[in-house]
Design a protein around this ligand. Structure first.
Ligand SMILES: Cc1ncc(COP(=O)(O)O)c(C=O)c1O
Length: 393
């Protein structure tokens, strides 16, 4: 029976990692994998997280089950950072549960949407490839519109048209910050309009916040989400700590619901607990417990925020350096990278150019032209710019 399954293609990025690993050139550059890297090319454990992990090992007295909701101390400790410290529960209407990474949160949000009768999710494209993949697995429809305009900013006309064409009972998926793969976030004024359009349309917003703190700052990166929540009656929020705490493989995420009332939030989350139970039963504990310890300790919180600041500053410096090289790469418009956010941006390279930059220069990037700006260092950025100039000449 199992023989009836068809062979599935390998994940394109994982295949790229294998090619990169097999390349003997010492000056090769990996811009494919979506993890933060220091100026030395490392992805270290945050020192605040290491300290919290040591504390956890010393203090934890049981590993007994917590329940499908996971570590609620962790879930609640994050809320002021996401929803603002003034009223993080929006009068009791927001609550959440722990999930296995941002991916677990998205899986849960889409499955809950389906449970509540929603079948179509409006999504700006390109988007993180796992968004449409999860929707397809749930037999839900993703309705695309163009997220990026021609000058490296958001295509607001396409967004307006997509919302105007929406049907009653649709949902809309929004990237809270650091859009993957384009780096194009809405400006504060555009978020005002997004919030108004979503509220007027009656669409259910599902907000994916996977990179808070890596764009403009912790509050700045949540400002759009807060505007939308202030305008609409209900929303779902999928949060990842895997990037902003560097916990990738520990799978740390939270899922939040803002219901019409505190009672409806409890009801929605009870459905979330059932779905968790039938999918992963309980989320992995370790990373979330470490985040809780960071957030409950003033000095560890300070240390974590300082580490996050350094990451953000480094990525902004790389973006500035790329934008400043605009004149040197005649065939590409690099200037917009300076005002884009987060780990990723897209370069308008065609397939042949992407192959040439890999084969001739040892620069590895996704076939879509997405680059991870954190893969660039002050040591290799000139080589990258020269390689771009060569393949676009
Ligand atoms: C936009 C977006 N959402 C969610 C995720 C999921 O992150 P996690 O590793 O926490 O599952 C990612 C990861 O790359 C992402 O880019």
């Amino acid at each position: 029976m199992l023989d009836s399954l068809n062979q599935q293609p390998a994940d394109a990025l994982l295949a790229l990692i294998k090619l990169y690993d097999a390349d003997p050139r010492a000056d090769k550059i990996d811009l494919g994998v979506g993890v933060y890297r220091t100026n030395d090319g490392a992805t270290p454990v945050f020192s605040a997280v290491k300290a919290a992990e040591q504390k956890l090992v010393a203090e934890q007295d049981s590993k007994a089950y917590l329940g499908p909701e996971g570590d609620m101390g962790f879930v609640h400790a994050l809320m002021p950072y996401i929803f603002g410290s003034k009223d993080p529960t929006m009068g009791g209407r927001i609550d959440g549960m722990q999930v296995p990474g941002g991916t677990g949160g998205l899986r849960l949000a889409f499955a809950l949407a389906k449970r509540s009768g929603i079948n179509r999710i409006i999504t700006g494209t390109p988007t993180w490839p796992n968004h449409p993949q999860i929707l397809a697995d749930l037999e839900m429809e993703s309705v695309g519109f163009s997220h990026a305009g021609p000058v490296g900013t958001a295509d607001m006309a396409a967004l307006r048209a997509a919302i105007a064409d929406a049907q009653p009972g649709d949902a809309i998926l929004l990237h809270g910050c650091c859009h993957n793969p384009t780096g194009i976030d809405y400006t504060p004024e555009e978020w005002d309009e997004v919030a108004r359009l979503v509220a007027d349309s009656g669409l259910l917003p599902i907000i994916d916040l996977a990179y808070q703190g890596l764009g403009r700052g912790m509050d700045e990166d949540a400002a759009g989400l807060r505007k939308v929540l202030a305008a609409v009656p209900e929303a779902m929020i999928c949060y990842s700590c895997d990037k902003n705490f560097g916990l990738y493989r520990d799978r740390v995420g939270a899922f939040y619901v803002m219901g019409k009332s505190a009672e409806s939030t409890v009801k929605v989350l009870s459905n979330g607990h059932v779905l968790a139970r039938t999918n992963w039963s309980q989320p992995p504990d370790h990373g979330a417990a470490a985040v809780r310890l960071v957030l409950r300790d003033e000095s560890l919180t300070k240390q974590w925020l300082a580490e996050l600041d350094a990451m953000r500053t480094r990525m902004r410096d790389v973006r500035k350096a790329l934008a400043a090289a605009d004149n040197r790469v005649a065939g590409l418009d690099l200037a917009p990278l300076a005002h884009q956010n987060g780990l990723f941006s897209m370069l308008a390279l065609d397939k042949d150019q992407i192959l040439a930059i890999r084969e001739k220069h040892g620069v590895y990037m996704a076939g879509s032209g997405r680059i991870n700006v954190a893969g660039l260092t002050m040591g290799n950025i000139q080589k990258f710019i020269d390689a771009l100039a060569d393949v676009t000449a």
